[in-house]
Ligand binder design. Structure first.
Ligand SMILES: NC(=O)c1ccc[n+]([C@@H]2O[C@H](COP(=O)([O-])OP(=O)(O)OC[C@H]3O[C@@H](n4cnc5c(N)ncnc54)[C@H](O)[C@@H]3O)[C@@H](O)[C@H]2O)c1
Length: 334
């Protein structure tokens, strides 16, 4: 199949592209390579896929080592650029991962969420609908559960009380997708990812910045005095679930799935695991709860198991070990 992956230089996009290429699909990656976190990491991920700098914005660059992959540096916020990327033939499937990620950045730069997650999402959705796209798959988030205190969170429970701008934009994506499925019969599937971690991960996420700080001997901020838990889900499991959904026929015209392991990991347990694997003690700085944060996340994954025969299973210690191995090698710390 011919597949468009937006956000292809990002953490999940990069791993998904590798999986799609290994299965023999033709993939076009799109990303604006913005500086929300160090773009060098995005360039390095692309280099792994055979895309070498310099790239000219808007021009397609072929992979040096995989004939199935090409990349275009462009923003989903630019409707003309999105149309050019789709060209005359379009794609069999689209995986819309490009987003302003992260919850806390919302107070610093709210416009980034509106531009990328609303305007950009709309541009890709609309263009997919205008082309012959057979399935529009997109990243939603566990954050849509917001103030709902029912755990494990089930896709059928209400999600009308988001606690952050990020969560509100992700919920809006699901609503927009519903309209396009309903009005235009474009099959859409939203993936509510739960705290994804692993090699080539995002430096703004807690597990990554904790590893960095433990390694450097700097104090780590422990929000809500450690009384928080997250459904930590290993990247390979997330990619496997996404791959199954993307590569098979859509199960319904409008679908939503939780993509999580279903086991919450306490903040203290995460820090202990990192300490053990890194062989260093953390300096903990206890902090109050952050506005916009949720206390716990935990996925109910029965729908994923029933429809796709898959459940994320990678144990935390193993996943953290893989992450730390990559982290130390990438930063030349051994
Ligand atoms: N990692 C997680 O734990 C997690 C959890 C829930 C949801 N998600 C969602 O999954 C998706 C992928 O997340 P990730 O962790 O790989 O994040 P990421 O930031 O590593 O990847 C997103 C990519 O999108 C690109 N991008 C941002 N704005 C763009 C624009 N306007 N045009 C084109 N590209 C743009 C970025 O440059 C980045 O490379 C996002 O939609 C995110 O909101 C991730």
């Amino acid at each position: 199949m011919k597949i468009l992956v937006t956000g292809a230089a990002g953490f999940i996009g990069f791993h998904l592209v590798k999986r799609l290429l290994a299965a023999g699909h033709d993939v076009l990656g799109m990303d604006d390579l913005n500086a929300y976190y160090n773009p060098q990491l995005k360039w390095d991920r692309l280099a792994q896929l055979g895309i070498k700098r310099p790239f000219t914005s808007g021009k397609t660059t072929e992979s040096a080592h995989d004939p199935g992959f090409a990349f275009v540096k462009a923003s989903v916020t630019d409707a003309h650029a999105v149309k050019r990327v789709f060209g005359d033939c379009g794609f069999d499937k689209v995986c819309q991962l490009a987003a302003q990620a992260g919850v806390r950045y919302g107070s610093e730069n709210p416009g980034a969420y509106v531009q990328c997650n609303l305007v950009g999402f709309f541009n890709v959705l609309q263009t997919a609908k205008d082309s012959a796209c057979k399935h529009f798959v997109y990243a939603s988030s566990s954050s849509v559960y917001g103030a709902s205190n029912r755990v494990p969170s089930d896709v059928s429970q209400p999600t009308d009380k988001p606690l952050s701008l990020y969560a509100a934009t992700k919920k809006s994506n699901e609503l927009l997708a519903h309209v396009y499925s309903n009005l235009y019969h474009l099959p859409t599937t939203g993936l509510r990812f739960f705290t994804v971690y692993g090699p080539w991960g995002r430096p703004d996420m807690a597990y990554f910045s904790f590893a960095d700080k433990i390694q450097k001997g700097s104090p780590i901020p422990v929000f809500n005095h450690g009384a928080l838990s997250r459904d930590m889900t290993y990247i390979d499991d997330v990619v496997e679930a996404t791959y199954r959904i993307l590569s098979r026929e859509p199960k319904s015209e409008y679908g939503i799935y939780n993509i999580g392991k279903g086991e919450p990991v306490g903040l203290t347990k995460l820090i202990e695991t990192l300490e053990e694997v890194l062989g260093k003690r953390a300096i903990k700085e206890m902090k109050p709860m952050q506005p916009g944060d949720v206390y716990q996340t935990r996925a109910h994954v029965d729908r994923l198991v029933k429809d796709y025969g898959y459940k994320p299973e990678t144990p935390l210690k193993l996943g953290v070990q893989h992450f730390v191995d990559w982290y130390l090698t990438y930063h030349q710390l051994r």
